[in-house]
Design a protein around this ligand. Structure first.
Ligand code: NAD
Length: 343
């Protein structure tokens, strides 16, 4: 069977990052995208409106835990690469109910790997050379950093803290084992917190924007001192496109925005923007409300991005402040989209 790298199967393509990846691959890179998504609560097909009618975009509703369905989709579309983003992704939900995270992130990745292994074995030598399985993961697998200038490197030992990050860590290990044991040509990446348009409004930034807009309280965990590194989702999508095409087989790449912020400073920056574009009698800052801290809340994450910059020539285009203001404005102008989210 012949195949081409230009036919890319994207799992989780109706989610926040997956939809940005589909838009980037189909619109900017002109690749054929096969979006495979189960359409959980986190999915929104309206995020794909700009590419839905393109001839180089196809949608398949399916569950990655259904190995036979995954193999059938790979064969039907003669895919040349797989970008695996489908996951349960919200830490708070993983604390309330870890079962779905174990099922999708670990069992689902296993089923997808087994389908990919079978599919890969059916390819001819030329197609085998270009085939890639790109696993998309998070910096949270590395665990908790102190409040200093240390950063996660690609070889930092895994030390995940939450049901979410431990399920992602398990999936990362499976992907590497399928490369080491079976020779599946994989690349992988671990990225810091993403923000930008089309993010489901349970995550920090859209939650604060929409609560602020409707005059609701802005819940901040603990004292708001936990630090995260932030990257605009379109910068992440570009990084993923580069890793897929130019990354070295078997290698992993850290991706991040060199934009460390405390959660409180992120919320304050959102309040500043809301005060400037939709001023109210009382400043939005008065809505900030400190609530009981998340269980096992990691203090700080930060990633060293030297490898992807040096080896693949990637750099982010957005500064955090410009990207955040643009994101606030996007939510203000796209009520129809966030009202269509299943919450
Ligand atoms: P998301 O929750 O917005 O989207 C996940 C998508 O996966 C949804 O469309 C959902 O319907 C789909 N999905 C879930 N279970 C499925 C299943 N069993 N079969 C098929 N589809 C399924 O997530 P996101 O924020 O876009 O994250 C995407 C990936 O990137 C995840 O693997 C996540 O771990 C990783 N990641 C996220 C961030 C972040 O800041 N959001 C940072 C680094 C890495």
């Amino acid at each position: 069977m012949d195949n081409k790298l230009n036919r890319v199967m994207v799992t989780g393509g109706a989610g926040f990052i997956g939809s940005a990846v589909c838009r980037h691959l189909a619109s900017d890179l002109g690749l054929h995208v096969i979006n495979v998504d189960k359409l959980t609560y986190a999915a929104n097909l309206n995020s794909l409106k700009s590419i839905t009618d393109r001839p180089n975009y196809t949608f398949e509703k399916a569950d990655i835990c259904d190995g036979a369905a995954m193999l059938a989709i790979m064969r039907k579309h003669n895919v040349g690469a797989i970008m695996h983003l489908a996951a349960e992704s919200h830490v708070d939900r993983s604390i309330d109910g870890p079962g779905d995270f174990i099922q999708t992130n670990i069992v689902g990745t296993f089923k997808l790997l087994e389908a990919a292994r079978q599919y890969f074995s059916e390819l001819n030598d030329a197609a085998k050379t270009t085939f890639r399985f790109h696993h998309i993961s998070t910096d949270e697998v590395f665990g908790d950093l102190p409040f200093d200038d240390s950063k996660f490197h690609e070889d930092t030992p895994y030390n995940p803290s939450s049901p979410y990050s431990s399920s992602k860590a398990a999936s990362d290990h499976l992907v590497r084992a399928w490369h080491h044991t079976y020779g599946l040509p994989i690349v992988s990446s671990n990225c810091s917190n993403n923000y930008g348009p089309y993010q489901f409004p349970e995550k920090l930034i859209p939650l604060m924007i929409l609560n602020g807009l409707s005059g609701k309280k802005l819940p901040v965990y603990g004292k708001g001192h936990n630090v995260r590194d932030w990257l605009h989702v379109d910068d992440h999508a570009q990084a993923l496109g580069l890793i897929l095409r130019n990354g070295e087989v078997g290698r992993s790449y850290n991706v991040g925005g060199d934009a460390e912020m405390t959660n409180l400073d992120v919320v304050k920056a959102i309040c500043d923007r809301l005060d400037s574009v939709v001023p109210k009698k009382a400043s939005h800052h008065t809505l900030i409300n400190y609530v009981t801290d998340r269980l096992g809340h990691d203090r700080r994450y930060a990633v060293d991005t030297t490898r992807i910059k040096r080896e693949l020539g990637w750099k982010p285009n957005y500064s955090f402040s410009a990207g955040l203001n643009e994101t606030v404005d996007w939510y203000l102008g796209n009520e129809e989209w966030w009202k269509s989210c299943s919450r």
